[in-house]
Design a protein. Structure first.
Length: 336
């Protein structure tokens, strides 16, 4: 699916890239993270104004919607439209033939599930250029207030191999239009088969992705900041790589603090009690988890002020360095 996007570009850049002008350029600001669930106004180019960049509201409201209550209920279920059923669904079947649009983005976010944890990824094109997602739109009139509202939905399709690995539960992705197909997609002379031919998974070799921090999903801070897009190593994924060495037996893994079954479910503080007496372990509370530094060959000696009062002055932090992650313990080893 596709519910989270970015468009961290200038208005001038977008006008040159898409050969269209903002109708209200003063309203545009770079978007580092936009969630469809917050009903944002987002830049689009519609088939009825191919030379203009307009702001439509995310979450398609069909023209036949009765009132505001029904509009709000429908909007939350029309953030995306499946390419496979778009010609059949009442909310979408008219728009796909008569009201298509380009949804302007330069990246989008998806989550990979690992056990009980969800790992956020940021996905872009390999050249880091802005691109267009295939969208549909409609105009709804609120008869009680006279408000006219233009809204849109992003079309999704089956995931390519890259997105299959990231969006590993639903295995969906937004339809990314090739640059040379953008104008064709807005051509109203296309018949259904020609439209469907454009709604295909994008070539994974022309895409790239990296993990980002959980700032994107926090409710304690504004996620629409540049930091949300930056690469960030997630301990869950590091842990999977570090705890599955075929040469290490299960008892050794437990001794190293990797948890049950070689660390599949995470670090358990009580396991440190099984460590050899020759090693010193710091385990003052559930906020910390112990792991042997030999599992992290890239670790380096550091002085850590959090060791005050423990009788140790030197520690080795794993290659995840001192990064924070939600719901998982930090990794630290006290040098004996």
């Amino acid at each position: 699916m596709c519910y989270h996007t970015s468009l961290a570009r200038t208005a001038d850049y977008l006008e040159k890239r898409f050969q269209a002008n903002f109708e209200q350029p003063n309203l545009f600001e770079p978007i580092y993270h936009s969630s469809g669930f917050s009903a944002p106004h987002h830049p689009v180019i519609s088939n009825e104004a191919v030379d203009s960049i307009q702001f439509f509201k995310w979450g398609l409201i069909p023209f036949w919607t009765k009132d505001e209550t029904a509009a709000e209920r429908i909007r939350t279920s029309t953030l995306n439209a499946r390419a496979e059923t778009i010609h059949k669904k009442p909310s979408f079947r008219a728009s796909i033939m008569t009201k298509r649009c380009l949804v302007l983005v330069d990246g989008f976010y998806e989550w990979r599930e690992e056990g009980r944890k969800k790992c956020p990824y940021y996905i872009t094109l390999a050249g880091n250029d802005a691109f267009a997602l295939a969208g549909i739109w409609d105009t709804w009139l609120n008869e009680s207030t006279g408000e006219v509202r233009n809204t849109f939905s992003i079309i999704t399709t089956t995931a390519n191999p890259l997105l299959e690995r990231i969006h590993n539960t639903r295995k969906r992705m937004p339809v990314i239009l090739r640059r040379e197909d953008e104008k064709e997609y807005l051509d109203m002379s296309l018949h259904a088969g020609e439209i469907d031919a454009l709604l295909q998974p994008y070539d994974e070799n022309e895409m790239q992705a990296h993990t980002v921090s959980r700032l994107i999903s926090t409710k304690m801070a504004n996620p629409n900041v540049p930091e949300v897009m930056k690469a960030f190593k997630l301990f869950e994924l590091e842990r999977l790589a570090a705890c599955t060495y075929p040469t290490v037996s299960a008892p050794q893994k437990e001794e190293a603090g990797c948890g049950q079954n070689g660390g599949v479910r995470g670090c358990d503080n009580e396991i440190s009690a099984n460590a050899p007496a020759s090693r010193q372990w710091y385990n003052s509370s559930s906020d910390w988890c112990i792991r042997r530094a030999t599992h992290f060959p890239s670790s380096r000696p550091v002085t850590d002020p959090r060791l005050a009062g423990t009788g140790a002055s030197t520690a080795r932090l794993s290659r995840v360095e001192n990064q924070l992650w939600s719901g998982w313990n930090k990794v630290i080893w006290i040098q004996p």
